[in-house]
Write a protein that binds this ligand. Structure first.
Ligand code: AMP
Ligand code: GLY
Length: 425
């Protein structure tokens, strides 16, 4: 088979790596890819939002299956463009990717179908939002409706902060059109866990749980980022919580989408918060998480291509997902200054130290070749140093050992990825 993967981050690197293990796969292309992906796939210089060019490429190369990693093209309707041309593609159509693309849509869906989530109100007029915030309970959470690179969520401690937030989102349009509408939501407290799942329109099969570290700095300080590292499984996602989510969250979400005439095929990522009153959905994503994929896919024993095809064909009920007992930890090496501003273009040294080391992986998130052909840093998140271990502690020790194997100027990482493991005893 010939496979095309769309995207250029660490998530797409692990998708390419996993696809490459399938005996059914002969050749992988990645658009646009990065310097790490280039070791396993032929990178094609087409951007993820150039749907027509991507579809033309898939036709010309007779691609058998395209896997879309990123949210922007999914929400923008890349799957519809591919399907209209008779191309096989893994991911939700535009009318289903709205589950991630509009927070107002997903909140309304959860309310209508009784899926547990934070209480909320939706506003498309800043004056009405302010009137509501005048007498609201604090802290409170403001969310731009649309995609905002994970930055459109503001947690406000006071009325003054909330009014400033309304200005940022709806008047100054800091997140662009994502701020046409805003969700104002009850502030919840609890541990956050991620559950990724495969969905074929009616059947859902969940993958192993994971726990992200969204803040830039140690001790969960600093700004929100795309994710600075994570681990799988998380001990806080117990069997009891899993049973609750199966009954009240996972299948109900899939059934709700089908009932709305928006059958979801692809990956649903459930962002859950474990409150004292039980699990609540914080957000849905319509794709693999990044870096959740980096800790979940190395543990998955199934052939990724088989599972993707079952989602497309509506035969996921015939697949049993299997995961290694081994735990996995990913530590993101970023450029100092991420997520605000940072320099790039620095040579990456030591990548060869990962060669032949079983259970250690170096997934590239932001890397490129410079004019001399050297691999250089090319983003805020640069590398995902990932390691397996017989349990979480061993995986964490292995990942932090391997962090020292690679180096680049401006290298920055959190030292406490997986620290929560110690609190689980
Ligand atoms: P989201 O993009 O909706 O996942 O929000 C990003 C982050 O903001 C989450 O991972 C939480 O840490 C935080 N957050 C979002 N909604 C809430 C809420 N209702 N209560 C507390 N924290 C929240
Ligand atoms: N790591 C969070 C996300 O992919 O949205």
């Amino acid at each position: 088979m010939k496979i095309l993967v769309v995207g250029s981050g660490g998530r797409e690197h692990v998708i390419v790596w996993k696809a490459a293990q399938s005996p059914r796969v002969d050749k992988i292309y990645c658009a646009p890819g990065n310097a790490g992906i280039a070791e396993l796939a032929e990178c094609v210089d087409i951007k993820a939002m150039e749907f027509d060019r991507l579809a033309a490429f898939a036709k010309e190369k007779e691609i058998d299956l395209t896997i879309v990693g990123m949210d922007d093209p999914l929400v923008g309707g890349i799957v519809d463009v591919f399907e209209a041309q008779g191309l096989r593609v893994f991911g939700p159509r535009k009318n289903a990717a709205i589950l991630e693309g509009s927070k107002a849509f997903s909140k309304d869906l959860m309310k209508k179908y009784g899926i547990p989530t934070a209480a909320y109100e939706t506003f498309d007029d800043p004056k009405a939002a302010e009137a509501y915030l005048e007498t609201a309970k604090y802290p409170i959470v403001l969310k731009a409706d649309g995609l905002a690179l994970g930055k459109g969520v503001l947690i406000c401690q006071t009325k003054e902060e909330a009014f400033a937030g309304v200005r940022e989102i709806m008047e100054d349009r800091k997140f662009g059109a994502a701020g046409d509408r805003m969700v104002v939501e009850e502030f919840l407290t609890g541990r956050e866990v991620s559950v990724l799942s495969f969905v074929d329109g009616k059947t859902i099969k969940t993958m192993a749980s994971a726990q992200d570290h969204k803040r830039a700095k140690d001790g969960d300080q600093g700004l929100n980022t795309g994710g600075m590292g994570n681990f799988s499984p998380t001990p806080f996602y117990t069997e009891e919580i899993d049973a609750f989510c199966r009954k009240y969250v996972f299948q109900p979400t899939v059934d709700a989408m089908a009932a709305e005439g928006r059958p979801f095929k692809g990956v649903i990522f459930f962002g859950l918060i474990l409150t004292e009153d039980g699990p609540r959905v914080l957000e849905y994503n319509a794709r693999f998480g990044d870096p959740e994929a980096q800790v979940v896919l190395p543990r998955m024993e199934n052939d990724l291509i088989d599972v993707c095809e079952a989602c497309i064909d509506g035969t996921l009920d015939r697949i049993d997902l299997h995961f290694l007992e081994d735990a996995c930890v990913c530590v993101v090496l970023a450029s100092d200054g991420y997520p605000v501003s940072y320099e790039k273009g620095f040579p990456i040294r030591g990548m060869e130290n990962f060669r032949g080391k079983e259970g250690y992986y170096l997934f590239h998130a932001g890397s490129a070749f410079n004019e001399r052909g050297e691999v250089v840093t090319n983003g805020g998140r640069v590398l995902g140093v990932t390691a397996l271990g017989k349990d979480l502690r061993e995986a964490r020790a292995n990942a932090y050992k391997a962090v020292d194997w690679v180096d680049f100027d401006n290298k920055y990482y959190r030292h406490d990825i997986g620290k929560a493991i110690d609190e689980a005893d």
